[in-house]
Design a protein around this ligand. Structure first.
Ligand SMILES: [Zn+2]
Ligand SMILES: [Zn+2]
Length: 470
């Protein structure tokens, strides 16, 4: 199309791009050439993209805002907004796809947890190294797949392996004549033949290494076995999706997950990286616009949200910050990790240099708290106030007082205490008295460091540093 004669580009008002995730990934390519030519002739050209994989490894979401105006990334994207979404869960519920059944694995799983702890993309050699140490698990896992397939009379099994070597190993333990292998290097013709034979049920087990995750379609597949790490929920969903086509006589598809990375087809993809191993997606309503954000967080046994790590409401144009740092020059809110003020460019002092400075000064004391206590006391006019004590491991403590007697002291308490201590900052209005604080103290968290400075005879707490600032 890029080579078409110039007048071909004249009268377009809508451009539709299938598999549009490629536009975002390929940069200045033929897509851009065509788009530029169309836009030169019609600056109001609309561009509609279609894709089944809007979340890409390494890139993240290919659009900036979701169909409900939720911000998916603050980076600019070629596609500004998703206008329509058809999630897997909807397709299953309405019977356009088969129901996936996650089978509890009676045997052991691979342990890939080391890969996610680093919080970055991992390399193929790291995966190989981990598998080398867990080699003894492969025959057990493959035996389990074959047992389940036989016992439940399954018809087509897709096995996703971590590497070519791993795939060859898996092949050794599968029933002879019943299994074939497709890898990246497999010739196109040969691959087509294998896939064709698989669809015609000439063999039962199809092993592959990252080649059949998209665009592959064998409706009779009723077991999907995952023996590879899945870096994102979206990739996990793509893999599971290979087994969800409808087929006569098929009632469900077994999902055998031997990677144990905790993905689920019903949990949404969260763009931020998972902050702790225990984190799960939680819903948090924005106090300013009511939008239900999905953030990483912690829940108790009853499913109640104990804490969340969201910083800013994701609704387009809202801008409410759950956690923030106030600029000491102009007073506006900044992201907790911002180095300079968004509005006035003032350099914001970071926690590390605060700590370093305090540790060097003989008029400052840095305490590492391991316990916090709250008590209601009475001042000399018999007004109740709250005493907060931070104890370190040697039972030394620093304390601070908070007053609730008028609007301005309440405001101070909000800014100086609740804003940073609350595990759920959006609930700050619930705290109106020392008794409220004592009652809801499980919602309050410890700082990582408390810095106090000597003022005449007393040590006064001047700064606190929380985990997300380090
Ligand atoms: Zn909001
Ligand atoms: Zn400022």
């Amino acid at each position: 199309m890029a080579r078409a004669p110039n007048d071909f580009f004249n009268d377009f008002s809508l451009l539709v791009i299938d598999e549009c995730h490629r536009v975002a990934e390929e940069g200045a390519t033929q897509y851009q050439e065509v788009i530029t030519k169309l836009r030169e002739r019609n600056p109001k050209l609309c561009i509609l993209g279609l894709t089944a994989t809007p979340y890409r490894l390494g890139l993240g979401w290919i659009y900036q805002y979701s169909h409900v105006n939720e911000m998916k990334t603050d980076q600019p994207r070629f596609f500004r907004q998703c206008v329509y979404e058809l999630p897997l869960s909807y397709m299953i519920k309405n019977k356009f796809l088969t129901n996936p059944v996650k089978v509890d694995i009676p045997v052991t799983c691979y342990d890939f947890s080391e890969l996610t702890e680093k919080g970055r993309m991992y390399t193929q050699s790291e995966v190989e190294e981990l598998l080398k140490n867990q080699k003894r698990l492969t025959p057990l896992i493959v035996k389990n797949i074959v047992d389940i397939t036989d016992r439940f009379k399954r018809k087509g099994v897709m096995i996703f392996s971590s590497s070519v070597k791993h795939a060859e190993e898996i092949m050794e333990y599968l029933p002879e004549g019943e299994a074939r292998l497709v890898v990246g290097d497999t010739e196109i013709n040969e691959r087509d033949d294998i896939v064709e034979d698989f669809k015609n049920r000439k063999f039962k087990y199809l092993v592959n290494v990252s080649v059949l995750t998209t665009g592959f379609d064998a409706p009779h597949v009723d077991v999907v076995a995952i023996l590879r790490p899945t870096e994102s929920n979206s990739l996990y969903q793509q893999i599971v999706g290979r087994g969800l086509r409808l087929d006569p006589g098929k009632t469900d598809c077994f999902i055998l997950d031997y990677a144990g990375m905790g993905h689920d087809i019903y949990t949404p993809e969260i763009s931020d990286k998972k902050p702790t191993k225990e984190s799960v997606p939680v819903n948090v309503a924005c106090p300013s616009c009511n939008f239900e954000n999905t953030f990483w967080g912690l829940i108790d046994f009853e499913g109640e949200v104990l804490e969340h790590y969201g910083r800013k409401c994701r609704m387009m144009g809202c801008g409410y910050r759950f956690r923030f740092k106030i600029c000491h020059v102009c007073g506006i809110d900044n992201d907790i990790t911002a180095k300079a003020c968004e509005k006035c460019d003032a350099v914001l002092i970071d926690a590390d240099s605060k700590l370093k400075q305090a540790k060097l000064s003989k008029n400052a004391h840095v305490l590492t708290p391991d316990k916090i206590t709250f008590e209601e006391r009475l001042d000399k006019n018999s007004n109740p106030y709250l005493e907060v004590r931070y104890y370190d491991a040697d039972a030394k403590y620093l304390s601070e007082a908070h007053f609730f007697s008028n609007i301005s002291s309440m405001k101070k308490f909000q800014i100086n205490f609740l804003r940073s201590h609350l595990k759920r900052p959006e609930l700050s209005d619930e705290f109106q008295s020392p008794q409220d604080v004592i009652k809801y103290q499980k919602l309050l968290r410890l700082p990582s460091f408390v810095i106090a400075r000597k003022q005449e005879k007393f040590w006064k707490i001047t700064e606190k540093v929380f985990v997300e600032e380090l």
